[in-house]
Design a protein around this ligand. Sequence first.
Ligand SMILES: *Cc1c(COP(=O)(O)O)cnc(C)c1O
Length: 475
Amino acid sequence: MDHRDALQRIPAVERVLQEPALLEPVEQGRVPRPAAVDAVRAVLADLRDRVRAGEEPDLGPAAVAAAALVRLDAALEPRLVPVINATGVVLHTNLGRAPLAPEAVAAAARAAGYCTLEYDLATGRRGLRHDLVAGLLREITGAEAALVVNNNAAAVLLGLTALARGREVVVSRGELVEIGGSFRVPEVMAQSGAILREVGATNKTHLHDYEQAVGPDTALLLKVHTSNYRVVGFTASVAAADLVAVARRTGLAVMEDLGSGCLVDLGRHGLEPEPTVQDAVAAGVDLVTFSGDKLLGGPQAGILVGRAAAVDACARHPLMRALRPDKVTLAALEATLALYRDPAAAAARVPALAMLTAGAGALEGRARSLARDLAAVAGDRAVVAVVADTSRTGGGALPLLELPTFAVEVRPAGGGAGRLEARLRAGRPPVVARVREDALVLDPRTFGPEHDATVAAAVGRALERGQQEQEREAR
Ligand SMILES: *Cc1c(COP(=O)(O)O)cnc(C)c1O
């Protein structure tokens, strides 16, 4: 078939841009002209393909403009959008790990313009960004010195490079951790230029294993917290304080990668106790590294605290310039750390900790109230029930901990919980939930009651669209 006629009727880009539906938003500055041109070109290319394939699409400029607007809406929407986390996974790495406290959000916004990042207001001279949160970190952890970098992977890389480049680092075979597929202790060690000296066995490493490995080339004894797994059964590991004793006798340093870096005793809140930063510092560890956005509940950051000589060596290292944090991060971190000045209050005021320590009783109340809202919007389109369930910490922390919770199950009348989940994900705001067998599972641990009405409305819309789809298919 010859499509030359139809191909010639496809309008020119400039003609489509004259359509009021496109012209107005461009002239009012709501749509950048180059984006409009790109969208029209894409629609026209698509129409050419369809004509060549023998289709007879509407080639009128108005139809093309309308199709371009649909593309523009999708193209101009930000890619990084807030979501409602109904998964019950508190430190969900894919959803941005720790949600920030309102105090941290406000501080980040305040620092976004000009701020005192490296400026001393008292003297009018250059200040040091390192100093902004070092005081708070020293106060909270009891350490002599503190430093902040981009994330904990950067902190470990910097510590190993500054303290052990070209020399040996002794580490237990039970602690050669991989976190999230891209952070592996042996590989970070290789990048730092330090030489890995493995000791002990997977399940047991003793003090004499470290002692025997120490030689003239040794720089550091490294301890790594097995954040995301546990070795159970016949196991032995060496406490940081015992490594410190060996290091002091032999003139070495001890570094401990704590992973999460918990600043409060979770055991006091009925959770599995995590080693705290304060304990590692008190044990005399020279350099302790941990994340800002795991159990600490702040922004993505890597924190190094410990003895002045070790921290200063990191601060002075040329790599520091490549790993330094920005003003927005430092502002959010300072505000988060300030909440730890009163450790008893921190568990309630740091959102990640408040979610982790929420009691099953309170969550049951939340689930019942959410279930009532959901039942009201679902009508006979779904069965809604409150069920006992478990939430998870996530973020590679507390891997065995099962947090008792109460979740709401929504079973669509005609099946299709997976399609319901996908529709919720595609909505605005997106609601991210789990699917179990033929039910959508919403865990109220990871979103506040202020979102209940939004979640219920989103589920209501998604169920309605599901029903319409089923009716269309039936016809
Ligand atoms: C999470 C973790 C890391 C990596 O921390 P990021 O802040 O994600 O870079 C390193 N070591 C341990 C033990 C961890 O748990």
